[in-house]
Write a protein that binds this ligand. Sequence first.
Ligand code: ADP
Ligand code: VHF
Length: 369
Amino acid sequence: MNPQTIVVKIGTSSLTQKNGQIAIATIASLVETLTALRQKGHRIVLVSSGAVGVGCLRLNLKEKPRKMALKQAVAAVGQGRLMRTYDDLFNSLGQPIAQILLTRRELMERNSYVNASNTFEELLNLGVIPIVNENDTIAVDELKFGDNDTLSALVASLIKANWLFLLTDVDRLYSDDPRIVPNATPIDLVSSNEFNQLQVTAGGSGSSWGTGGMATKLAAARIATSSGVTMVITQGQQPQNILKILDGESLGTKFEPQTQTDNARKRWIAYGLIPMGKLYLDDGAVTAITQRGKSLLPAGITNVEGEFTAGDAVQLCDRNLQEVARGLVNYSSQELNKVKGSHSTDIASILGYNASDTAIHRDNLVIKD
Ligand SMILES: Nc1ncnc2c1ncn2[C@@H]1O[C@H](COP(=O)(O)OP(=O)(O)O)[C@@H](O)[C@H]1O
Ligand SMILES: N[C@@H](CCC(=O)OP(=O)(O)O)C(=O)O
């Protein structure tokens, strides 16, 4: 197999045992597997949860704190211990690692997005395994990834990975939460054209330590597959299965990639940014941008929702309120409220100054699959 770029995400539920102790055997096996993959020439990034869980363990807290500041303090305790554990184990196999802590803010700002991407590139070229987590200590609510499933999919998109493995405490996706519905049907493969028809009940976390459960894993699958990444949900207790899956064995649930968005800037618009508002479009505008590759003109906008400034990301929705695209606006929400539905030739007289013909230029538009 050609060298692949592989992101592996492991959840708290796999890093901790039922009794709350750290799952040393699982971590050791993960470290061996990732080192073996590196030795085969693959480029590896590990996204590891567990800072809060390990912090609680260190501080003898019996459950995950609910108060934000306390959770952040606990994560600060746990992150160091987690990295210490990883460094000891990777070091014994001669594998260098690095720590990367990210918040949503870094991926929202184009310069820091590009910087993060360059840093990953250099680390991977050096043969290092970067270990990523959310920077829980400084992340504020509105700028949180919130869960590492989403973070890992954004990282996979950022570094143009071939694969994203989500290691968790179930062996695959089921039609329903198998803890609640024991005879739920296992799902082995989700092909690119089946994704939108997928009939599953994605429940919350199965343990008191996990975040998001299956719902955030499916959200991650959407981001990953539409960035051209193959995603697999598989059992965290057997990280060595990653090697078998790469060799073609069917273990876990595999999500096939959609057509790849090659343009890094467009991937950033689609996934890096948090949309600040919505534009509702008439049918003509929807067809023009989705089928004819046109820019969005103010004439096709029927309604504007939210408050944003020029340069912000917005969602574009059709008359059924379905999101059809995302893009960076050339106007603020105030301006768009004045010029929506107007012809480009009238805009200067409505606003009293010369402005862009397009509400969103096609170079700044990303159409949803
Ligand atoms: N449809 C489903 N298929 C499989 N697992 C599901 C489903 N819905 C909910 N779950 C639950 O999701 C849990 C895994 O998510 P989570 O606890 O957040 O793990 P992690 O810490 O690995 O992110 C499983 O233990 C399972 O109980
Ligand atoms: N950043 C948090 C992880 C949050 C999270 O997504 O947890 P999980 O659902 O266990 O992957 C931590 O390190 O505790």
